[in-house]
Design a protein around this ligand. Sequence first.
Ligand SMILES: [Zn+2]
Length: 252
Amino acid sequence: MIDAHCHVDFKEFNKTREEVMGRAQQKLKAIINSGASLGGNRRTLQMARDYPEFLYPSLGFHPHYAPKADRSVIEEVLKEIKLNLHHAVALGETGLDFHDLKSQEDRNKQEKLFRTFLDMASQEEMPLIVHARDAEKKALEMSEGYEGIPKIIFHCYGGDLETAQLIMDGGHLISLSTLVCFSTHHQELARELPLSHLLTETDSPYLSPFKGQRNEPAFVEETVKTIANMKSMDVKDVAAVTEKNARQVFRI
Ligand SMILES: [Zn+2]
């Protein structure tokens, strides 16, 4: 099993990071930690040095921060990412989140930064981890024509089946999070989408499968179990295929 998207660098883990990583190492083969900010990318790179061949870094800037961020911060983020590209297995987290973003001006800022990441992923031929919420189709449309991007990972996918089909037709991947454990919409996705295009993740510290607890990478097991349950398959078969998908896309 591989957790294809988590944030163990977040402050929610400051008191427990070592134990959390210990439990992850017992259960999982690897985790992809997604940098979401300037400091987050730096911490992610440090953790990749602390946990070699287990924690793999992806470097990005979360769309939530894009509308408010100073140009100088964004430039610093992009500069540091370029300097550390050879350590990263993917670019992102990036993308579009229109859920709480109603103004066109703010949406334009997100789109502009997303385009910068699309350009970089295409030039560097790196996979791109995309957060798209209420903007799944828009993110897919914006990515069309970028030939150099090997694959886009629609992380924590929660869009509709029709858009999921378009994503897969484009050769991209859909990552299902621990939300699948308690959301009937995500369970329908798990039932309908072919395993060949699926990854598993936690998006920890968010989206815990257990009530009142914060999430952690080891709990990706619950995502795998739920997908297996929805597809009436063996847990170990779902684990093997999704792990292989992750190894292929991240080249790990
Ligand atoms: Zn995330």
